[in-house]
Design a protein around this ligand. Structure first.
Ligand code: UD1
Length: 379
């Protein structure tokens, strides 16, 4: 009997915290015995702290990476270049049928670029999102990754229009929903109750703040104004603030530590996925500059105030619970007041945010790969 045909191998890439909740359901779906595909997981090492990395692998049940490139931190150029240099020999030795990247971090564009130049198909999950703000490093990563991707999976239909405008052929684009919401559904019952995360303080109600975008935390004047506004908010409702390492560093460098000492401000280290999920379920409101949290709060019906001037995820505003307020003190305070007095926007769940996105992706990917002649990587 002839040997059974080899299952196409997908080289799946992760690097930074927001990638982990996207790759978890994809790895699980590809590694199901009936998927017809094989997965190898490559971690670039962009995030490496226990709290930013290991905790997520254990919370989300992601298998240990098969390969870790251990790049660590650096300027954008150094980090991106290091990832590329270390990823190229992996593509050469693994000879994957495709490289799958998620989201918009430096690891996403770096690995996509290596694969594309080697003639290996690039699959981009969470394609087509645009903030139209090129000062955001992620926006550059999004636009460029999409340009060199062969198969693009989108979370909302507006992404299709963005890609069409940029000349990307419609047949490469597939609307499948949101893999991050797959992860949310899968883990909701395991979320850590808020009182355990907040102990020993028992808050009857609370707000949560997350802040890490360079545009909010790197400039001393902006960061001070934002933190002063948060102190004002904490006089109305206690504010829980898990601190990203970049933000902690900037607060220290700008001499703003005293602003974190308010009685109603609870500063925590970065939280694991299940802890943050517990807070998202129970918080009265979220203040954030994260992309993922805008979507997760929409899926949970928790009011979200986004401390940015734009969003690449407009469906969270049109259909969800998200309000964009920028960095202006008055607008932030007014949005908080609206929620505390009126409950905030009701919102509804966007189409296909149903926990099945990774299954849809695997089905499309399998059909697409099987229809292709096989090519190895170019030297
Ligand atoms: C990166 C992503 C951003 C994502 C964010 C989530 C890019 C361009 N940005 O930003 O889209 O929303 O991750 O966290 O890829 N650091 C540590 N420990 C770590 C990782 C980082 O201390 O495990 C510190 C280092 O001082 C580092 C700084 O945080 O220089 C920034 O890390 P970096 O990976 O460059 O970007 P993030 O701000 O985390």
């Amino acid at each position: 009997m002839p040997p059974p045909p080899l299952e196409p191998k997908i080289l799946c890439v992760v690097g930074a915290r927001p990638n982990f909740m996207k790759i978890a359901p994809l790895m699980a779906a590809i590694r199901r015995p009936d998927s017809g595909l094989k997965a190898t997981l490559v971690h670039t090492g962009q995030h490496y702290d226990e709290a930013m990395n290991d905790q997520f692998f254990s919370d989300l049940g992601i298998p240990a990476p098969d390969i870790n490139l251990e790049v660590g931190s650096g300027s954008h150029a150094v980090q991106t270049a290091d990832i590329m240099r270390r990823f190229e020999p992996v593509v050469d030795s693994e000879q994957p049928a495709a490289v799958l990247v998620v989201g918009d971090v430096n690891s996403t564009i770096a690995c996509a670029l290596v694969a594309a130049k080697k003639g290996v198909p690039v699959i981009h999950v969470e394609a087509g999102l645009r903030s139209f703000d090129r000062t955001m490093p992620e926006e550059i990563n999004r636009v460029l990754t999409d340009q060199i991707s062969d198969l693009l999976f989108i979370t909302e239909t507006l992404a299709r229009d963005n890609l069409q405008r940029e000349g990307i052929a419609a047949e490469r684009v597939h609307f499948v929903g949101n893999v991050m919401i797959d992860t949310l559904h899968h883990n909701l019952a395991r979320a850590v109750p808020a009182h355990l995360t907040l102990a020993p303080v028992a808050y009857p109600e609370f707000a949560v703040l997350t802040l890490h975008r360079p545009s909010n935390v790197d400039d001393a004047v902006i960061l001070r104004q934002l933190l002063e506004t948060v102190v004002e908010i904490s006089q109305k409702i206690p504010v829980v603030f898990p601190l990203h390492p970049r933000t902690r560093k900037q607060i220290g460098q700008h001499g703003l530590d005293a602003l974190l000492e308010g009685p109603n401000l609870k500063v925590l280290p970065p939280l694991g996925y299940l802890q943050l999920l517990g807070l998202m379920k129970e918080a009265r409101l979220f203040l954030t500059d994260s992309g993922g949290i805008q979507e997760e709060t929409t899926a949970l019906g928790t009011p979200c105030i986004t401390l940015r001037h734009n969003t690449e995820r407009p469906i969270t505003v049109e259909q969800g619970t998200n309000t964009i307020v920028g960095q202006d003190r008055q607008r932030i305070l007014a949005a908080v007041q609206d929620i505390l007095e009126g409950g905030g926007k009701a919102g509804r769940i966007p189409e296909y945010w149903d926990g099945q996105a990774s299954q849809r992706i695997v089905a499309i990917l399998r059909t697409w790969l099987n229809a292709r002649p096989t090519h190895g990587a170019r030297p």
